[in-house]
Design a protein around this ligand. Sequence first.
Ligand code: ADP
Length: 644
Amino acid sequence: MSKGNIGVTSDNIFPVIKKFLYSDHEIFLRELISNAVDATTKLKTLSSVGEVKGDLGDLRVRVAIDKKKKTLTVSDHGIGMTAEEVDKFINQIAFSGAEEFLNKYKDKTEAIIGHFGLGFYSAFMVSKKVEIFSQSYKEDAKAVHWSCDGTPEYTMEDTIKSERGTDIVLHIDDEFTQYLEDATIEGLLKKYCKFLPVEIAFGKKKEWKDGKEVELDEENIINDVNPAWTRKPADLKDEDYDKFYHELYPMQMDEPLFHIHLNVDYPFNLTGILYFPKIKSNLDVHRNKIQLYCNQVYVTDEVENIVPEYLTLLHGVIDSPDIPLNVSRSYLQSDNNVKKISGYITKKVADKLAELYKADKDEFAKKWDDIKMFIQFGMLTDEKFYEKAVGFALYKNLDGKYATLEEYKDQVRDKQVDKDGNLVLLYTNDPDAHYTYIERAKAKGYDVLLMDGELDVHAMSQAEQKSEKLRFVRIDSDTIENLIKKEDTAKDTYSDEQKEGLRKAFENLLPNDADKLKYYVTCEAAAADALPVFLTQNEFMRRMKEMSAHQQGMSFYGQMPDSYNLVVNTAHPLIQELVGKETSEEVQEEVEKDGKKETVTKTVYTLANEDERMKQLIDIALLASGQLKGEALAKFVNRSVELL
Ligand code: ADP
């Protein structure tokens, strides 16, 4: 037997390991199993080049709990280690690496989370003593037994071990007895080892028989050694991708909409499968996340800096040995490889969407409502993605027909260009509330888009910025004649003074709560068959208010009161009748003209506003846009009955 001190400078580093890694101590199992898998893979490689002869035999990695001895053992039949190798890899190098690592991240506990690199020594996070029993594959090598109780002192001696490979025996600390529970270990294995390339066995398979759970003879294999992303796309059918999706997310009932198989080996290594999920509600959005693997070892499901933000809503896996895992998040953002990876994923996703769109436009349109949010989000945040996505981003009209912006522009260009050459696209976000406006637009032969998505307002602003002479206008933002102004529209025959009298009379009757709600009144000749009085809401102000709800720095707009225009339609017979009831008087008024004061005579029109019909007309306008409520609505109903 030999004794020695592990090559570290600090007296006892194990308390440090325990303390700093406290929040993440479960990763010890991932580290030990990764080592076991590596040792097995190395053996296979040596065998394939003829350096190891004969049949390799059973290569399963096994995890076992002994509750009486309070041990957890990870065993492999890999290459094993000789005494010299244990000395070199465990006593010296590995530990100096661990010390360096701890020094570097002492102040940043969170940076340690999700790291790789502490390796074998992470076993001391949960153990009071760790033993290694190893038999190297090398001929004539003696088996070695190494033991260390958490001080820098270790012992090493020859031993007898019948099988090639390594057993790592952890004597679990009294504080961490949860790691002696089958359920805990099985849970961790499922989390970290589900797709490792070597079979991992834990206990026996169980089955329900006559209401009891019974153990079978067969070993319980935790992992799928050939997960779909490691296979060639040509060898996989759609069903295989769907099956793998459910393997990844056993609780997810819905089928994904479609998948994208990623596969690059230059200038970085990356494989994976991304799925577009069906999102039913916002709650779903972050339930299942993209999982990041490193050579089939699970690392994390926090991929924010590796995948562009809008794609974090997707599901699936990414596996890359080239993503630096043992560094902090801010470093990750500036890492060149990571930037390239993110760019590659963007391109691949965009190309796949373009391909799906080209292959079957109707099928793509059917999926559009489900994928619209990802695509708009991507177009708004990533210029490169925008450039590709304009070719397949769709707009849907009220008849449920879909078209790209370019296609749609061509469809409506005939009718919807105004006198200044602007192409005006009409939309609604609420077809029920805008029913009357929509009917009038349709009567004119105009088409109306349905834009009721969360990001639609932003998407429209972006489209306007990107194309000249294009405007989106919500259907209720002006009279139909003004929405798309053709050559100057018909005027009424009334004088400005007459209209001012009419305007004031209506204004006096309107409820105005300056802080929250403001109504402006204008008199315009709309069509004779339009409503006598109706409300419109300015497109610009409304959009600014809507956007301010999502964006910082725009709160100024958010604080403005909601404002509406009450249009009094002077082409309507009922309004013409009211104008006829105006009384006029001549008033003298002093005005300044060329620096001199002058007295002029003006005709002022007034309309007595006790006319119940005016109140009725205002209420009808409010009602038509869903703004008549409570007491005002009750009054309207009563008044209507009286008038009848
Ligand atoms: P890393 O795995 O990152 O190199 P570790 O501290 O986990 O660091 O392991 C150090 C070295 O010890 C490994 O590189 C390997 O050579 C050796 N080793 C660890 N576990 C085993 C094992 N189960 N079988 C064979 N060699 C092992």
